[in-house]
Structure formats: C-alpha cells, structure tokens
Ligand binder design. Sequence first.
Ligand code: ADP
Length: 476
Amino acid sequence: MDYRNFVGGQWLETTDSTPNVNPSDISDILGYAAKAGVDQLDQAIDAAHQAAPGWAASTPQQRFDVLDFVGTELLARKAELGRLLSREEGKTLPEGIGEVARAGQIFKFFAGEALRLAGDRLASVRPGIEVDVTRFPIGVVGLITPWNFPIAIPAWKIAPALCYGNAVILKPAELVPGCAHALIEILSRSGLPEGVVNLVMGRGSQIGPRLVESAKVKAISFTGSVPTGRGIAAACGQHLKKVQLEMGGKNPMVVLDDADLAIAVEASLNGAFFSTGQRCTASSRLVVTEGIHDRFVEALAERMQALKVGNALEDGVQMGPVVDERQLQQNLSYVDIAAKQGGKVQGGERLIRDTEGFYMAPALVSETDNAMRINTEEVFGPVASVIRVKDYEEALAVANDTEFGLSAGICTTSLKHASHFKANAEAGMVMVNLPTAGVDYHVPFGGTKGSSFGSREQGRYAAEFYTSVKTAYTLP
Ligand code: ADP
C-alpha cells in the first residue's frame, strides 16, 4: 500500500517514502508513506488558500452532510479501520476499534454543531442601534498531530475545523500514516470541494516550520511534545498567528485512606497502563496516603503483573507493544534512572514474544518522592510511580507540585475531599473515582500550566479556536 499526499483534490505522485512498520511484528510492513518536501507543502497551502473562501460560504446543510457522511463511514468500518490502527500503532484491537468509533462520534457531533452555529443579538447601550455578534471562519488551519491517537486526534481537529468553515492541512505523525490516509480518503469522497482538506505527510522538522510560518496559514493546532510545542508557539507569536497546543502531562492519581480499594486499583491500572501508557492523560504519579499505601501497592502490582502483554492483534491481549524502539529505550532508561535514585521497581523489563516487536512489561516504581526524575519528566510509556503521603493536604500539594496540569484524579469516598480536590487540583480535567484518562467527546479537553496553551479542544468550546468573532452595529 502506498500512502500518498492529497493536495487540491488529487493524490500526488511521490518519489521519497518511509516504511510503515507494525510495532507488534517488525517484519510486517503495512505500506510506504510519502515524504513531502516543501514543494508539496507549498502546493497544499496554495490549494487550501484558494478553496477557503468557497467553504467559508458553504451552508450549514453542506457542512452537516460532509461531516455526517464521514462519521457514518467511520462507524460502519470501525472493525476494519480499528485493525489498521492497532497494526500500525500497537494498541490492542478493542482499543483500536474503540478509537475509530470515537472518531466517528466526533464527526457526528460536529455535523450537528454545523446546524447549531449561533450568534448573539443584543440591544445597544445607545438608542435605536442593533448589535450583532457573529462567528466566522479563520481561513486555512494547519493541524499537526502525534502518533498516539492516530485517528481520534486528526478527527477532533479536522471535524471542528470543517464545521466552522475552515480549510485544512493535516500533517500527521510520521509513525502513523495509515490512519491519516484512511481518514482523508473518506473525506475525499464526502462531497467536500477540492482543496478544502489536504494531507501532507513528511518529517515534522523539515516541513513543520514552513507550515507554521506561512502567511496563508492563519492558525495552528498542535498536539505533541513540549519542546516542539514551545517552538511552534514561539513561531506563531512572531507571526501573530492563532495557536492551540496540547502537550505533556505528569498526571497525579490521589488515593486516600477512605477510598474503595477495588475502584482505586482498577482506575490506576487503567489510567497508568492501558494503551501501553501512551496517553497524555495517563496516571503516571500515584499519590497514596499511608493508611492504604501498602494494600494498594500490593493489589495494583498483582493486577499489573497479570496483564497479558503481546501482539496487539491477538485475542485476549490487554497491553500492546510500545510504539517504536526509540520510545522503548526511553521507557527502559527511565525505569533504570528511577531504580538508581532509590525507587523500588516491579516489572519494567523488555519482553520477547513470538513476533519481533517492542514489548515491555508494565512497571510500577514505589518508594519514590516527587522530586525524582521519574516524577518530574513525562515518560510516555507503561510506567507509574507511587509517592507515599501523610494525608489529603499533602496529597493535594504533591499532586499540584508539577509543571504540568492536564488531568488529575482522586479516589475517595469523602464528598468533602472530592469537592475540595475538584476545586483545587491544578488541572484542566479532574476525575473522581475514575481513571485520569478516558474522556467524553462532547465536552472540552485540555489542561493548564505547561500542558496546554490556547483555547480548549472538543465539544462546543472548539468554536473558540476555529472561528473569529465579529461585532456589527447597525442604525436601521
Ligand atoms: P512525539 O514525541 O509525540 O513524536 P513531536 O512533538 O516530536 O512529539 O511530534 C508531534 C508532531 O509534531 C508530529 O506530527 C511531528 O512530525 C511534528 N513536528 C515535529 N517537529 C516539528 C516542527 N519543528 N515543527 C512542526 N511540527 C513538528
């Protein structure tokens, strides 16, 4: 399979390509992905620039029809595309199918939103004057996405971009061209005018900066690492360009003495290790009060060690491989650093399976303190650490003592502590008796502090980023 770039309604010829490797079985090459240079990117920017005014003038019905078509097809093909996703990225088949269904639901949600775009009409403070506040599209938007949610993240950026009348250039992560290609292929048959959606695959470091700096691209929505995000924000600042960033997390899960132990263990297992821990909302710091600490660690370690790690496509596998060798080495080195700094490590070793892949046992590092590197830097793998604290007050202080602020969880049966935590956790998303990861698609997603920048993604709040506001005064 050749994954080609899609520009101005055409699939482009490609001369340079990169193999798409299955992380569960490196002998399995899914296909070869085009590697665009700046010339193809420039073509895409021009195509989007030309198409933008036409789509901005489209009716709510046209937008609904396109988005609903894509949502319906994603949902109908979730088993097939979920398999592609799991083969390409390495999350388990149920996780892959679930993610494709999520992408379909997102398109359906924004199909409905296209019909509900409203403004405000207010009475002026001056007599006889009418005031209207309306939203309008911003033009061409550049969407830069990571590998860990290869179809859901492109979906939650593309669907609102189109819903609110913008033209799109998608630059997906190099490791997951298959899902981006499949999504754009569906969009290519959705009735969209040529040039409204463009796919440009290539090295982020080569074509990314040009996408960010082009005067024709009016906004950048980025999900990825902190250093890349900071660089993009700086460049957007220079060009006075709208920017939205979703980056890392070091999400705390607080477990109090009065927690239901089974709920706390289940939520922590899910939050820390599902999707191989490769979620920016993963529970990487488990902050546990001393009365429940030993029972919690013992029960969680037992559940963690029983997780079946293996080929993402195999029945019954609960944790797939790490996405690639570089990420695996990074995970192993963090486990090593944690052990050297005094952490007690269970699991965390490389695993051998029938097929050659990037397998790793999930790791639990107990007896850590919050200043250790394992607690200050994002690992982005199946590695969680445990920090023992005295009481709720110390737990809250430790939970907030991080440069990140994406998601924060608490397991407790105390209404008082749950309410206080919801109000005082420094995070964009707070979970009570639920994993820090796993969110709804119709409400805002995003964080505070070093995790996010700009307005929120998803739900109705997405309009803030993908539109601009006009205030009109009329004297009839
Ligand atoms: P990750 O560790 O998730 O790969 P990155 O921040 O490196 O995080 O990548 C996220 C996305 O940003 C990818 O699509 C990647 O190609 C892109 N990217 C990488 N470097 C740049 C850059 N300098 N400018 C714009 N995009 C970039």
